[in-house]
Design a binder for this molecule. Structure first.
Ligand code: FES
Length: 636
């Protein structure tokens, strides 16, 4: 197979790829992630690049306009290398490292409860390390190496009758391990219901055992390195999930994964590479070794969990939407391929159903909502909106497909909350002049989810759109910002000369309708759960919002557009990345881990596609804020 060089600008990076490789793959090989909303089918137009030189094969141009084509724009997923060439990847087509949600988003809630929960559950990590010094064998004291070690270990750990296992891979090297260490050894063990299992024997040392708490999101992956003795988060790192090149959402990933056995391996390897890459960075920074990692806890949605383990996900998306497993057995890291002690166990949070996964169970554990009389609503807004409602007596959960609008998908200038994203907007209702707040005070290049919510609230209050989201071109201001295009209507948020790109940054009528559909889906999900258990909105004592989007959300705006129920601001709380926090908690406490498994079983999953209730609620919510205005008394 012939190989060719592809130069990528503006990095000026040159990589070698095979004949027929797509520009999408070429960029990924160079470590440059390009947006690929449709998973490379040539339909979303997100992967635009500019071919600067060379003569690649064009396998499709999708929705590129003739003007774009004449400027050299091509779809990276449908352009194939057949000779040396160069391309430029524009800013708007890039998935950039951004502020992946690592920790506490807003002060208050988790700062206190995180600590309390660990105290409440009690610290008893899933792995431990014990240093022991053995007496040397003699002709009169001639018990076997394993007998000598296990007796001393049992004494040191005070384990009583709890069995201690030693895997064959470690037993094989036991004689040399003990003698080379001059009988002073540190033993790492995994602690499960079945007993203790030795996962490493090394020269005696005082390095503590570490664990990994991992949140595998569809878009981002976050890893915490946790000291298993102190519970401290020693380091953390987050990045994009490398599976993004196979599509933005779980459906596209599943479609790709089930095409062939090879595809499933490829997509599994992509997430594994992401987690291992983060881990390698952390270990290098901390001067630690893979052998210092004694345990891992993974929290992800059902599809992400199955893909991480390389389990065929096809039935998740086919009616009646059945996952392969909800409770996930724990496997040694060597079977999974994580860079840690090969015999150490990797645990995955249990799922509830195909679209309510381990990340939501982890979040529910951290909110502690199943342990009091108060009714609490927990919402995680991402590509899917997952909602849990309940208290100590009952728990119901559902997932509504909100679409990717709040994460920047399907919106003309949509982007995630990263530098250059518009996060707040002010519009003068008379002149329609605009002032913007942009992340890092940069020239605006797009608008993030919380900016969209704010924008729509302001468009409505300035009379630019009506309650159905229709643009009002006859606005009395006569502003040039409000205009019709060939196939849509739009409002200019920033003129090209003020913006960080070449074009005016606009929001279109179609964008507004997409956001209305997304917020309608989430509000309808909330109402459907409330109806099902006959709970009135007023009876909810707390609404806890998780996820990157929620992190920056303005509650007042969210209520104004009908995304969240009309309750006093004091009842809303933000939890940040609840998934990784739940992973850490379970890593440090066997009791918390048991409760997490119990939570998974206790939650009643409501399939919204069954019955007319959800559809009726959804149709009623396709209005700003709602067709039933009595549900939003504070909205003018
Ligand atoms: Fe290329 Fe969608 S058009 S990824």
């Amino acid at each position: 197979m012939s190989h060719f060089q592809v130069k990528i600008m503006p990095e000026n990076r040159v990589i070698e790829v095979e004949h027929g490789a797509t520009l999408l793959n070429a960029a990924a090989k160079a470590g440059i992630m390009i947006k690929s909303g449709c998973g490379g089918k040539g339909t979303c137009g997100a992967c635009k690049v500019v071919v600067l030189s060379g003569d690649p094969i064009i396998d499709g141009t999708g929705n590129l306009t003739s003007e774009q084509l004449s400027k050299g724009y091509r779809l990276a997923c449908k352009t194939l290398v057949q000779g040396d060439m160069s391309m430029e990847v524009p800013l708007e087509s890039r998935l950039q490292e951004h502020q992946v949600l690592l920790g506490d988003a807003r002060k208050g809630f988790l700062q206190e409860s995180k600590h309390d929960l660990l105290e409440k559950f009690g610290r008893h990590p899933l792995a431990m390390k014990q240093r022991v010094t053995l007496s040397k064998p003699t002709l009169t004291e001639n018990s076997s190496d394993w007998a000598r070690l296990s007796i001393e270990l049992r004494r040191a750990l005070k384990t009583g009758d709890k069995p201690i296992h030693i895997p064959l891979s470690i037993l094989k090297h036991l004689p040399e391990s003990l003698r080379k260490a001059n009988w002073d050894v540190s033993i790492t063990l995994t602690d499960t219901e079945e007993g203790l299992t030795i996962t490493n024997i090394e020269q005696g040392n005082d390095i503590p055992p570490y664990g990994l708490a991992v949140d595998i999101g569809t878009t981002t992956v976050v890893v915490y390195l946790v000291n298993l003795i102190t519970g401290e988060i020693v380091d953390q790192q987050g990045t994009y999930n490398k599976q993004a090149k196979y599509g933005d959402d779980v459906i596209n990933r599943i479609v790709y994964a089930v095409e062939s056995e090879q595809n499933l391996i490829e997509i599994r390897d992509a997430v594994l590479e992401t987690v291992n890459g983060l881990l390698d960075k952390i270990l290098a920074r901390q001067s630690l070794n893979h052998k210092d990692i004694a345990s891992a806890m993974i929290a992800g949605n059902t599809t992400m969990t199955q893909l991480f383990l390389g389990v065929d996900p096809r039935y998740i998306r086919l009616e009646p939407y059945i996952p392969t497993m909800t409770t996930v057995p724990s496997y040694p890291a060597r079977e999974i391929g994580l860079h840690m002690l090969p015999e150490a166990l990797v645990h995955c949070y249990p799922s509830v159903a195909s679209y309510v996964g381990g990340d939501i169970v982890a979040g529910t554990l951290v909110t502690d909502l199943a342990n009091g009389e108060d009714i609490i609503l927990f919402i995680d807004i991402g590509t899917n909106g997952e909602i849990v409602l309940g208290n100590q007596d009952w728990l119901v959960a559902c997932a509504c497909s909100a679409g990717p609008s709040f994460e920047g998908g399907g919106i003309t200038f949509g982007m995630r909350a990263m530098p250059g994203a518009i996060e707040r907007i002010m519009i003068d209702p008379e002149t329609l002049d605009v002032s913007l707040k942009v992340v890092n005070n940069l020239p605006p290049v797009g608008i993030c989810g919380s900016g969209l919510v704010d924008c729509i609230a302001k468009l409505l209050s300035a009379g630019i759109i009506d309650r159905a989201g229709n643009f009002q071109l006859g606005h009395p201001s006569g502003s040039q910002r409000l205009r019709a295009t060939a196939d849509d209507k739009e409002f200019v948020l920033a003129w090209a000369h003020q913006a960080g790109g070449e074009k005016d940054v606009v929001i279109t009528e179609n964008d507004v309708k997409n956001v209305i559909r997304a917020k309608g889906a989430i509000y309808a999900g909330i109402r459907s759960l409330l109806n099902m258990v006959a709970v009135e909105i007023e009876m909810i004592s707390k609404i806890i919002i998780a996820g990157g989007f929620g992190n920056y959300l303005n509650i007042h705006d969210a209520v104004q557009i009908g995304l969240l129920p009309d309750l006093e601001q004091e009842r809303f709380e933000f939890i940040g990345n609840a998934s990784v926090k739940g992973a850490r908690l379970a890593l440090l406490s066997k009791k918390a881990w048991r409760e997490a498994e119990e939570l998974g079983r206790k939650m009643t999953y409501v399939e919204l596609s069954v019955g007319a209730t959800y559809m009726d609620e959804y149709m009623a919510a396709l209005f700003l804020p709602h067709t039933d205005i009595t549900l939003f008394p504070s909205v003018q």
